[in-house]
Write a protein that binds this ligand. Structure first.
Ligand code: SF4
Length: 164
């Protein structure tokens, strides 16, 4: 699905430069990843665009992911990143997301909670529900096989490295 970032409507024509699959990182929060697309506006301001194949979700994961990308791009470029967008393939529309102080706070709380969970060596049991169908981690998580088996989760947790 990510190969379709070239489809019409994905990019704004106002972007001065567009980078795809751009590696990003934030040393302050210990984050690293890759942005589907980053449009650089004429003044150099990065504008991340995250590609999603489904509809807008009720929970905040997409917005948090975009906020994490914005924080990474701010640290890397020194430019403020006040907004970005989620591109929903199903509707072929962009949903612009403001990187608000509240979203940044939620991001920092989430990063701290994930770090604490990984440091504890215990992962929560797989949810094994509708969320798993679209999850890119399903192959390694194996929610159907591991649902309710906490011991395996402890083993799985040791496979993760926590960036200090
Ligand atoms: S596959 Fe695993 S990580 Fe993904 S949503 Fe299901 S339980 Fe969560």
């Amino acid at each position: 699905m990510h190969e379709r970032v070239d489809e019409p409507g994905f990019e704004e024509k106002t972007a001065a430069r567009v980078e795809r699959a751009l590696p990003v990182w934030c040393e302050r929060l210990g984050l690293s990843g890759k942005c589907d697309v980053v449009e650089f506006l004429p003044d150099g301001t990065p504008y991340p665009v995250e590609y999603k194949h489904g509809k807008k979700r009720e929970k905040l994961h997409d917005d948090l992911q975009l906020a994490a990308q914005a924080v990474c791009l701010e640290e890397m470029t020194g430019k403020a990143v006040p907004k970005g967008a989620i591109y929903h393939h199903s509707s072929r529309r962009r949903r612009e997301v403001a990187i608000t102080p509240a979203l940044r706070t939620k991001l920092e709380e989430t990063v701290a909670a994930v770090r604490a969970m990984l440091s504890s060596g215990k992962l929560p049991a797989p949810v094994n529900d509708a969320r798993c169908r679209e999850c890119s981690l399903a192959d390694i998580c194996q929610p159907q096989a591991l649902a309710g088996k906490s011991r395996q989760h402890e083993v799985a947790a040791s496979l993760y490295e926590v960036s200090e």
